[in-house]
Ligand binder design. Structure first.
Ligand code: GDP
Length: 443
């Protein structure tokens, strides 16, 4: 999960508040101190942390909650609001206004630029745009092939020539090529390494002048923490950076520092990288991000994810309903586990459900690719009746299924166990209760 540690610490601070019988000044100060500690651990700049927490403390102590709202709820809302504005307040998407819209990506090698270009292409493709990629990296011979390999399975074309030494020429030719093809979005990837940094910046300027992009996107490695500030500034001075993608926020202990540092430069973060897979890119929306981070849930985010999922796997609302109500059979389970795997960890989705943050047992959701494959083989040896009503599978059937699928009875039992656990767990999730909780927090 993105910024797991930071989220957990902030969540703990808010829980402390929620559990307290009375909210007095001492408690407010304690919670604010906890928030400070959490942010500093995530490498957020000390001055930024102090400014932010001073604001939270002042508001929490001085503002009176409106009628019908408890002091606790009010303070939670203040923390949410201040953190949201700390991270930029409003979402600023990349707009595809003109056809073709030309985007130029820049960034230092290793930042996750190539991966992000592929993710971005896939993102636009999923949103109905035809995308062309241009690799103008003439310094790293593997760059073109890496990009090609990433997007080829999705039928996205990459223009490039590993033999060509002139990056500006390549960029220009690539843009012309895709203009003729009539694509909606052209993403030009530039080199991330050069003989010297000055050369890299100079080349970037030349490419930018030659292709005149609608937007220059800087890719920054989220694991560098608050150092992101200087890196973003250096690029910003060289070209008009329109937006930033902060990568590797999954599992990065310093992600909070990177995000806040980038916001402090005044350049908007438009996407975040949350994993190595092509679909692990999320539009950055401070409001949604903070409510998820705090474990307060995000119904909107959940619905959007489900919407995307249904586009890809043609799930119906009924399927989702079935899933949430625990009324599903083995076939449903398989389709859902597979879809979840595609979407990223199920944990990620469940965290978006209000009240679900940080409490999902691992065994319910951990299904590796390998295990899923095994499940498929086992299920291929089941009868239609067994798939639809797994409850009828007794020991003699288990033995027969294991033999038929070339697996062991232990494997078959494992599959049935997974099914039972998921069914039980999701049955326990009461949708009405979830909706009520969301309302309570006013999100
Ligand atoms: P480039 O040199 O900037 O083009 O970087 P690459 O795109 O080749 O990425 C460098 C490494 O970072 C690769 O191993 C990627 O899989 C990995 N990477 C990129 N983005 C992410 C991300 O959001 N999360 C994680 N965990 N890894 C990422």
């Amino acid at each position: 999960m993105v910024l797991d540690k930071l989220g957990q610490s902030l969540n703990n601070a808010l829980r402390k508040l929620a559990r307290a019988s009375t909210v007095d000044e001492a408690l407010v100060r304690e919670v604010v101190r906890d928030i400070q500690r959490a942010l500093l651990t995530s490498d957020v700049n000390v001055r930024l942390v102090l400014d932010l927490t001073k604001k939270i403390e002042k508001r929490a102590l001085e503002e009176k909650p409106p009628a019908g709202v408890s002091k606790k709820e009010h303070i939670i809302k203040i923390v949410y609001e201040e953190l949201t504005s700390f991270l930029g307040k409003e979402a600023k998407p990349i707009e595809i206004k003109e056809k073709p819209t030309i985007l130029l990506t820049v960034g230092i090698q290793g930042s996750g630029k190539t991966t992000s270009v592929a993710k971005l292409a896939r993102y636009f493709q999923k949103h109905g745009y035809k995308v062309g990629l241009v690799c103008s990296d003439t310094w790293r011979p593997g760059a073109y092939f890496q990009l090609k390999q990433l997007v080829e399975p999705y039928g996205i074309e990459v223009f490039g020539d590993p033999e060509e030494k002139d990056a500006v020429k390549l960029a220009k030719e690539g843009v012309e090529y895709f203009k003729k093809k009539g694509v909606d979005v052209i993403i030009v990837d530039s080199a991330g390494r050069h003989k010297e940094e000055k050369g890299l910046i100079e080349e970037m300027k030349q490419i930018s002048n030659a292709i005149n992009p609608h937007e220059v996107i800087l890719v920054i490695d989220g694991t560098i923490g608050q150092q992101a500030y200087n890196q973003a500034l250096a690029f910003k001075e060289a070209t008009p950076i329109g937006s930033i993608i902060v990568t590797k926020l999954d599992g990065s202990a310093k992600g909070g520092g990177a995000l806040s540092a980038v916001v402090a430069t005044g350049a908007p973060i438009k996407f975040i990288g949350v994993g190595e897979k092509i679909d692990d890119l999320e539009p950055f929306d401070p409001k949604r991000f903070v409510s998820r981070l705090l474990g307060l849930g995000d119904i909107q985010g959940l619905l959007e994810k489900f919407e995307e999922l249904s586009k890809e796997t043609e799930f119906t609302e009924e399927d989702v309903e079935k899933f949430l109500r625990g009324k599903f059979n083995l076939k449903d389970m398989y389709a859902q586990l597979e879809a979840m795997r595609k979407m990223g960890p199920l944990q990620q989705i469940l965290k978006m459900i209000p009240g679900m943050g940080y409490s999902i047992p691992d065994e319910v959701i951990k299904v590796s690719e390998e295990r899923l494959k095994k499940f498929k083989v086992i299920m291929d040896s089941m009868t239609e009746e067994e798939l639809e009503n797994p409850e009828i599978i007794n020991y003699s059937r288990i033995k027969r299924i294991a033999r038929g699928s070339g697996t062991s009875t232990k494997d078959v039992k494992e599959l049935l166990n997974q099914y039972k656990q998921m069914k039980k767990f999701f049955k326990g999730m009461d949708k009405r209760k979830l909706a009520k909780m969301a309302k309570k927090f006013n999100f």
